[in-house]
Design a protein around this ligand. Sequence first.
Ligand SMILES: O=C(O)c1cc(=O)[nH]c(=O)n1[C@@H]1O[C@H](COP(=O)(O)O)[C@@H](O)[C@H]1O
Length: 232
Amino acid sequence: MTDPKIIVALDYPDAAHALGLARQLDPALCRVKVGKELFTAAGPQLVEALIKLGFGVFLDLKFHDIPNTVAKACEAASKLGVWMLNVHASGGSQMMQAAREGVARSGHAPLLIAVTVLTSMNQEELSELGVNAPIEQHVLHLARLSQQAGLDGVVCSAQEAPALRRALGHDFCLVTPGIRPADAALDDQSRVVTPARALAMGSNYLVMGRPITRAADPLATLDQIRESILGK
Ligand SMILES: O=C(O)c1cc(=O)[nH]c(=O)n1[C@@H]1O[C@H](COP(=O)(O)O)[C@@H](O)[C@H]1O
């Protein structure tokens, strides 16, 4: 069975746009991510349609609420048959343990991961929240909490991947957005790494949206990125 490393973020306003790209992609070569914009507009039916096309779907709703609410949201999300879903680690251990229990109750077994520090944030923005530790240290702290709560992995920047790999071992899944080919625009991302470098640094999966979806030829761009990581 193939384990595609690239997760294409379908950050589109509606199902037509999302399915327009998805139908051109090969589910054996990439996975897809449904985030807040698309899910709010197109809902569970779109997730089901993508699964029917054969895609592993990362449902990126970043749940962050009281434990009971998050548990039920995770149970409902798991029942859709997604491959991966996420919560915010800053919701705390109790919330993450409740999320784990919610997934277990669903009868499905998606990967459950936690967002540490958003890849759009820099040191200054983290300090603004009252967190004065260096970003990498705080990411590691939240990742440890996530692992102790029984989660399968975390979302982080590939910049932090080597430290997390060393501390948390090889079975802990590191999912890294903020991936940018060397010549690509950063957009609102701060902690960025190129695709090949991210895998070399220990990332398991690369989340990529705009460098692919906004390219003049998304399929050719995805092919180029896949070539750049071949053998990595
Ligand atoms: O959980 C995520 O997927 C996520 C976490 C994070 O820290 N940073 C981050 O960019 N993301 C998501 O990853 C995608 C990145 O998109 P691009 O910046 O367009 O490649 C978006 O859909 C974000 O919502």
